[in-house]
Design a protein around this ligand. Structure first.
Ligand SMILES: NC(=O)c1ccc[n+]([C@@H]2O[C@H](COP(=O)([O-])OP(=O)(O)OC[C@H]3O[C@@H](n4cnc5c(N)ncnc54)[C@H](OP(=O)(O)O)[C@@H]3O)[C@@H](O)[C@H]2O)c1
Length: 341
């Protein structure tokens, strides 16, 4: 089959092109899924570059040679062989996260995929497969309440855009932070947020002005800006650390006295591990998240047009260059196509 193989870590993931590799062999608890769509995310770039915690020699699982990719939509090709009752049957359309998803086939355990609701296209399901984390960060972690003010960093990105939509749907006032003026302009048009701020100059003062000098109740931080967040969060405010997209692997030092002086709560949230430890809560999160999509309370924001695994390199480059806005989805195959395996 064709797949985006990483034979060794690369500095420029846009150079990655499809190669011929052996199709993956499912473990006894895994389904084989024929991939119809895949969606690159920030972590894929770090995986390919060898800069992610998953590349850690002691604790990680991501070492060359490996097939890149995580988020996918596709069609069930074969069921697990462990003899347990399977939730999905051959031909079901599913979406989720599977290691090595930038490929024609991927192996996925049941807990990492879901049926595509009839209201959603495969493209939409794929675009939204990685952002239940954003829903959970707003609803379960920050517990955002109606009338609160929420600041979102990396708001144009996959996680950030969904953080904004969920917080708005929960009745919050939302301030979205953008990295450049072109994106900020697009976000003002396309996103139903209350204020879009370019992260330059006196943006923190603008946040304070917008909140009458009080600061925001909640910061959802996707880029790694806790020190800035402390400066513009309200007394007793909450900061949720979701990611470090802007930190290039170098973490911030935070002065603890600043937290004490404002009685600030900083919370980290690791979606995958939380789901493994608390599967019942994970199901509630998915139900709530998918419900918002099914009812149209939230819509996928899909950027550009990417067709075939040959376009994965270009997709990674656009993500890396911060051109992308919302989510990139790469079409790999038609859902109806006759399987080759
Ligand atoms: N906590 C969890 O369980 C979890 C789960 C999945 C992902 N994550 C992490 O969450 C973060 C966001 O993920 P994502 O999928 O939303 O990423 P994404 O789609 O690439 O979005 C990241 C956003 O951050 C902004 N940004 C600012 N500086 C950047 C820089 N130097 N490089 C790249 N982007 C920069 C960009 O917006 P502007 O260009 O407008 O500034 C971009 O839209 C990542 O660190 C990811 O690893 C965490």
């Amino acid at each position: 089959m064709k797949a985006i193989l990483v034979p060794e870590f690369v500095s420029d993931p846009s150079t990655l092109q499809p190669s011929d590799v052996s199709p993956p062999t499912p473990k006894p608890d895994q389904y084989l899924v024929r991939v119809t769509h895949c969606s690159p995310q920030h972590a894929d770039i770090l995986h390919a570059q060898g800069k992610h915690q998953n590349n850690n020699a002691k604790k990680g699982w991501c070492f060359p040679p490996f097939v890149l990719g995580y988020d996918f939509a596709g069609v069930v090709e074969s069921l697990p062989s462990d003899g347990k009752r399977s939730v999905f049957k051959k031909g079901d359309q599913v979406f989720g996260a599977g290691i090595g998803a930038f490929a024609e086939y991927v192996c996925v355990p049941e807990r990492q995929m879901r049926r595509i609701p009839k209201e959603l296209s495969s493209e939409t399901a794929c675009a939204m497969s990685g952002q239940a984390v954003s829903y959970a960060s707003v609803v379960n972690v920050a517990k955002v309440e109606k009338g609160e003010t929420v600041l979102v960093s990396g708001a144009s990105g996959g996680l950030g855009s969904v953080c904004c939509m969920v917080a708005k749907a929960k009745g919050a006032r939302v301030i979205a932070l953008a990295g450049d003026s072109e994106k900020a302009e697009a976000m003002r048009k396309d996103m139903a947020v209350d204020l879009v701020l370019l992260m330059e100059g006196d943006w923190i003062q603008k946040v304070m002005d917008f909140t009458n000098g009080e600061g925001v109740d909640v910061v959802l931080d996707n880029t790694g800006m806790v020190n800035d967040a402390i400066r513009c969060v309200a007394y007793f405010g909450r900061i949720v650390v979701l990611g470090f997209a802007a930190r290039k692997g170098v973490m911030e030092d935070v002065k603890m006295n600043k937290l004490l002086l404002k009685s600030v709560t900083v919370m980290g949230y690791r979606f995958g591990e939380s789901g493994r430890r608390y599967p019942k809560t994970l199901e509630e999160i998915w139900d709530g998240y998918l419900n918002m999509l099914k009812t149209g309370e939230m819509k996928a924001m899909i950027y550009g047009n990417y067709d075939g695994l040959e376009d994965v390199g270009r997709a990674l480059k656009d993500l890396y260059d911060r051109k992308a806005y919302g989510k990139i989805v790469v079409k790999v195959a038609d859902a109806q196509e006759v399987a080759k395996l």
